[in-house]
Write a protein of this length. Sequence first.
Length: 91
Amino acid sequence: MLMIRHSIGSRLLCQTNRYTIEKKDRHWQISLPVDVETASRILDFQDELNIFEVKENEKIWYYSSDAQINFQSKEKQLVILADHKTVYPTQ
């Protein structure tokens, strides 16, 4: 599961099981389908996002220190380039 939260107050902006994460050089490209309203809400806080991937035995925290976020409106696809990753065991 992927959760995108506002870093101030931890407000949940999006939660989905439909996403991909790919390593790209020194970044991780996170792609997910979203509607226009969700994309707008996320882009409003693009400088203040925490992205969490929750798996059975770990939680992974991603963030983009330079707000590399793009909404591809035709495909209704949000693409985030994160430059930081921290893995936390959940057990």
